[in-house]
Design a protein around this ligand. Structure first.
Ligand code: LLP
Length: 424
């Protein structure tokens, strides 16, 4: 059993009890299961291996915006994963974690001069271009430093995909990608450019995409654009088909990976290109939990609150997207059920993880977990209310390591200065 599981009435991550971690590392804390990350990688690559010929296997480039801790990156690298990055910071993380630049692809709508210089300097596999002005900028910088970049144009297919409007990226009014007509213009421009070598297209329609049918219009559009480009005499040798594979937060019906892989084999493989995918959440989301302790059980006039020591600064998803995260007690898991509003200590009403949640009765000092917090959890945490970010912990079998320590208030304050004229 990988990930969260119950042993002798106590919740564990793999073989480490969460009471032990709370005692030794404190709360709140992010905890990740190495075994679960490995098994997710395996499940995805097995589905692809089953459906797609060996010599046409996609390169899986982990979208590290989901969880960019160096240890998590090193784990995925050790499994054979490539990397998708969106900033100079993520490039630096990827290189520090030992990724070969030749398996790194870079997306992002606002690549700055210095980011482009860093990408060119590192000689990564490809830059996914999000606009024609960006194409020009890459060419200018590459020409100036005598480099040549492999680029793909990110097609905006004008379809809706993704579980929430804030994470849907493929509609024409979204800021991402290049419309079909401009893709042709981009190809024509790139043909005249010294500093870029245009090799194909990319696409990413959104996150938490639950059905093959939701991918379908985008992928069909991609295939038709490839054909039209080829008819115009252009070369298309690489397709990056993005990420978006869903995970379980509640009781969703998840994407059938076998059907997805079969379908990639039917629609994308015959286009005879190198294939790249960018899974993020799928690899790490269900591998992580945020461990927290109940500070108070507060009886309001009409509601009962569990005030816990984790807050929206630690896990922003519920406040930002009204996202659902499963919540479970670590001990006393069979206690009678009560209905709670589960809230953090931060000074705004949005600091609410869940309303009207039924949970086994809990008391002050009890531990609970917010589940499915391995993706877009720690990496979206902030210091709001001058709260240090929680530690990150990686469990491997029956042992664990702190892979990033708890941030102290001193860590936060040491970066700030009071100008001389304000010092007394
Ligand atoms: N590729 C590109 C170009 C992306 O923009 C993203 C995610 C991915 C791949 C990975 O998508 P995934 O496989 O993880 O769905 N903070 C939000 C999610 C934002 C996703 C941004 N882009 C959340 O907490 O739900």
């Amino acid at each position: 059993m990988t990930g969260l599981n119950e042993k002798n009435g106590v919740l564990h991550v793999d073989d480490v009890s969460l009471t032990r971690i709370a005692d030794e590392a404190g709360t709140p804390a992010y905890i990740y299961s190495a075994a679960h990350i490995k098994s997710q990688y395996q499940r995805l690559s097995d589905a692809l291996k089953k459906a797609i010929p060996a010599d046409r296997q996609p390169l899986l480039c982990y979208a590290c915006k989901a969880n960019s801790n160096l240890a998590v990156l090193a784990l995925l690298r050790s499994l054979g994963c490539g990397l998708e990055i969106v900033s100079q910071g993520e490039l630096q993380r990827g290189l520090s974690a030992g990724f070969d630049p030749n398996v790194i692809v870079s997306t992002g709508v606002g690549k700055s001069d210095s980011e482009i210089r860093a990408l060119l300097g590192a000689n990564i596999h490809q830059i996914n271009v999000e606009s024609l002005p960006e194409l020009e900028r890459i060419n200018d910088i590459a020409t100036e430093i005598g480099a040549s970049a492999d680029v793909v144009l990110r097609l905006n297919p004008n379809v809706s995909g993704g579980g929430h409007h804030k994470i849907s990226t493929g509609r024409e009014h979204d800021k991402f990608g290049i419309s079909e007509d401009k893709v042709f213009e981009g190809y024509a421009m790139a043909e005249e450019m010294e500093g870029v070598n245009i090799v194909g297209l990319s696409i990413h329609i959104g996150s938490q995409v639950f059905t093959v049918e939701s991918f379908e219009p985008a992928f069909k559009k991609l295939a038709s654009v490839v054909e039209a480009l080829r008819n115009d005499g252009y070369e298309v040798s690489r397709l990056d088909i993005g990420g978006g594979f869903p995970i379980q937060y509640d009781n969703e019906n998840l994407l059938d990976l076998d059907a997805y892989a079969k379908w990639v084999n039917e629609i994308i493989v015959p286009l005879d290109t190198e294939i790249i995918m960018e899974p993020g959440r799928y690899l790490v989301g269900n591998a992580g939990a945020l461990l927290s302790r109940v500070e108070y059980v507060k009886e309001g006039t009409s509601r009962k609150f569990l005030v816990i020591d984790a807050a929206m600064n630690d896990l922003l998803r519920p406040a930002l997207y009204d996202a659902y995260h499963g919540i479970e007690p670590v001990q006393n898991r069979d206690a009678g059920v009560q209905t709670y509003d589960i809230v953090g200590p931060i000074c705004e009403t949005g600091d609410t993880f869940s309303q009207d949640r039924e949970l086994p009765s809990m008391s002050q000092g009890d531990l609970l977990v917010l589940k499915s917090a391995g993706a877009y959890g720690y990496c979206m945490a902030s210091n709001y209310n001058t709260r240090g970010r929680p530690p990150e912990i990686l469990v491997s079998g029956d042992s664990y390591e702190v892979i990033r320590p708890r941030e102290s208030v001193e860590d936060i304050l040491e970066k700030e200065t009071i100008p001389g004229w304000l010092r007394t």
